[in-house]
Design a binder for this molecule. Sequence first.
Ligand SMILES: *[C@@H]1O[C@H](CO)[C@@H](O)[C@H](O)[C@H]1NC(C)=O
Length: 543
Amino acid sequence: MWRKRRLFRVAMLSTFAVVVIYYTTSQLRTIQKWRNRRKVGSAPRWEPVVLMNELQYVGTERDEDAFVRHAFNLSSSNLLPSDRALPDTRHTRCHDPSNYGELPLETTSVIVAFHNEARSALLRTVISVLNRTPSDLVEEVILLDDCSDNEEDGALLSSLPKVRVIRNQAREGLVRSRILGALEARGDFLMFLDSHCEVNVGWLEPLLERVTQNPQTVASPVIDVIDMDTFQYRPTSSQLKGGFDWSLHFKWVPLSHKQREQQTNPAEPFLSPAVAGGLFLVSRNWFRMLGMFDSGLHIWGGESLEISLKSWLCGGKVEVVPCSRVGHVFRRRHPYTFPRGNANTYLRNSKRVAEVWLGDHKRFFYEAQPNARMMDAGSLQEQHEVKSQLDCKPFQWYLENIFPELKLPNEENSAFGQLRQGSLCLQSVEESSAIKLAECSESEPSQHSWAFSVHTASIQHRKLCLTVHDRAKCPVLETCTQSYQQKWSRHGRAVVLLSSGQCLESGTTSEVRLSECRRGAVSQQWDFTVELQAQDDHPVNIT
Ligand SMILES: *[C@@H]1O[C@H](CO)[C@@H](O)[C@H](O)[C@H]1NC(C)=O
């Protein structure tokens, strides 16, 4: 009897033991799994990094003309520790890490190109990345020293964890330096940062989520302001997208009514026509497929517009991610030295972007930047190859679908630019109301800015209207009055004065006069450079 009971007890005990062991190991396994999982918003895996000889590193720089050299308050920057605390500027919805889902196992290379950056600003950029990014997400921080005067600015930081310093022995400019960084990168994602930034808490995870969901995304953080005088960190609106005008100058644009309606909360990522500046995350593969940045861009400028247009037109997209916040020192001027002058370099870079990506709409760029017409922008063959290889869409698609806010200039006009007949152009005669024909020239301002408006039935040259006085044969330019003497229409390529039904005709010399319309007469055929309402009903048909 007692033997039976003992046997029973042993059986019970061993069953219990088995259950306990099984339960414990399974719990341990779960815990292990949890540990291995990329937990979003978790504390950094190492103690916050502080450079041991930080004061020594920063303190060696004493420059009386610091404001001139860096275009920001150097002493204000130097007084701040590299690991200073920042206000969390995110929307409260961003605080919940479960919003970002599972993070990728792939890593990110952070690429920071710099030239003569203030040491304290550069160091704070690096330290903020190391302290505010889960370690296993960061492959490396590539510091690309674009031939700074003092090699040690970068070299001294190579002892920091994950930091790789690469130095150009000759100046390449920021654009080519970033390309070099991208070529060196081992991570699957590339994050481009400026050298005077501070990333904020949880900055990388929401960007990674977007790029993981769609690998053809260029994802931009919201760029907060670090005051250049006081280095105070201030939030900016998270509801602005990046855009530009016809000069190809970047500008902020509020979200469209439709975008605001579609948005369920302000923490949601939204589509943006362009990224602001050089701060964005992109998959390395997609970046390479896009041909990286155009390596023909000199020094700085135009590259963020280029990558944005390329991305949109060639099958990808650009997004702003409000839950990702990065502070940036905005300066009044660019301290980066341009060997060929700041404005010229920028214009030349913009011309390259316009020539490759704007298609026929580049004419609007030249209307806004007439000085770019004569500029030599170098060979664009490689860029055109990328464009045809990836079978990129025309700019018109971008205008209609991605950036409808970019209005065509003088939209009430149906045609504008030069008013030409063959190789001859109509031009105003200085100090008089007369007009004449002359050989067309891109650089002759008196030949540009003609416009025909269907609404007012007028032909304008700048502020003046093409006028034919009663019984006179030659048109002149006069103040616009809306009188019948200034009403014109176009029939095919003929330009007709409505009141008399007569046609504008070129004479044997440089004169222009009115005469009876004759069908097919070459001397009565006129073309504007830009036709916005062509006969065949295409919305834009530029010849
Ligand atoms: C620069 O920073 C220093 C130290 O914070 C401050 O005393 C000074 O007023 C600042 N200069 C300007 C022009 O803001």
